[in-house]
Design a protein around this ligand. Structure first.
Ligand code: 13P
Ligand code: SF4
Length: 304
């Protein structure tokens, strides 16, 4: 922590000067999560918080689609992205044309797009979802066939919980969660029989099927807080266990885990530079933002 202290102090001072708030995803490094964040959470919590903040400036400690979502919800505020290269394999897997191809293939079916998409894809969709509300949103839609983009595994995991609906999906995946295999989980359980295995629903369904619980990053935190298992393996991004371990000293978190190279592009140095120079400011053209806002707001309204 000593090497981080000067950055944390400088960022927190600049934050007050600029009337800025820092929204940080659960996958940020501990020095961001514990040192400078005003709000931490999963994708849904960050989107909801973006609608509530009275700050003039939002610094998004997360990936690009999260900053775009904040800007879509706050067109009059400045939204800063500390590193524009912080992308996402899911967001990069589909374009608005891809959404139109799916609509042509399944006429009349509503399109539910994961928030891990660009503003253009959100604008081409009927409603958004996150991993914490996907099942509720699919159940709430008055349609027999529903298109889910772009995460094939989230779609398959939701389909398993909502068998009464036909869910069709785009073939995207998260490079962090797709790496886990069911055999990995079976081996791990055999070697560590007393460990609670907790997966994120971006994992393939056969991996989720081997786990004790599956949920969004907030869902994972809530599960650990409620259950307080003696040992837990979080089948997700590495910072998740690091961030929640302080609050759960009685839980032993055991690896392995996978790192998201996009999330890890956000560092204290880049956040300080971003606030100092007020760069890079996210812009979303209003004709796209206005449509995308409808899809995001429908999701928030249904999640309330
Ligand atoms: P949640 O925090 O919504 O579970 O999303 C995880 C993720 O991979 C975000 O990029
Ligand atoms: Fe995208 Fe996966 Fe990284 Fe989240 S963890 S930003 S879904 S690549």
């Amino acid at each position: 922590w000593a090497i981080h202290a000067p950055y944390v102090a400088a960022i927190n001072a600049l934050k007050r000067e600029r009337n800025a708030t820092i929204l940080a995803h659960n996958y940020m490094t501990p020095e961001i999560y514990h040192g400078i964040a005003d709000v931490v959470g999963d994708s849904l919590q960050l989107a909801v918080e973006a609608t509530r903040t009275s700050a003039d400036v939002i610094v998004q400690c997360g990936v690009h689609f999260m900053a775009e979502t904040s800007k879509i919800l706050n067109p009059a505020k400045i939204v800063l992205m500390p590193d524009m290269q912080a992308g996402c394999s899911l967001a990069e897997s589909i374009t608005a044309e891809g959404v139109e191809q799916m609509r042509a293939k399944y006429p009349g079916a509503p399109v539910v797009s994961y928030v891990n998409t660009t503003a253009e894809v959100k604008a081409a969709s009927d409603i958004c979802c996150t991993s914490s509300n996907a099942v509720d949103i699919i159940r709430a839609l008055d349609a027999d066939t529903i298109i889910m983009t772009p995460d094939q595994y989230l779609a398959q995991n939701v389909a398993a919980q909502v068998p009464e609906k036909r869910i069709v999906w785009w073939e995207g995946s998260c490079i962090v969660h797709e790496q886990y295999t069911a055999q990995d989980i079976r081996d791990f359980r055999e070697w560590n029989p007393d460990t609670r295995i907790i997966t994120h629903p971006e994992c393939p369904p056969e991996v989720v099927a081997e786990s004790d619980f599956s949920g969004s990053t907030k869902g994972i935190l809530d599960y650990v807080s409620a259950e307080r298992p003696a040992r837990a393996m979080l089948v997700t991004e590495c910072s998740m266990a690091s961030n929640i371990s302080d609050a759960h000293p009685d839980v032993e978190f055991i690896g392995p885990c996978n790192m998201c190279p996009y999330m890890k592009k956000i560092t204290l140095e880049k956040v300080l530079w971003s606030l100092h120079t007020m760069t890079t400011q996210i812009e979303v053209p209003s004709h796209i933002a206005d449509k995308a806002r409808l899809a995001v707001q429908r999701m928030i309204d249904l999640s309330a």
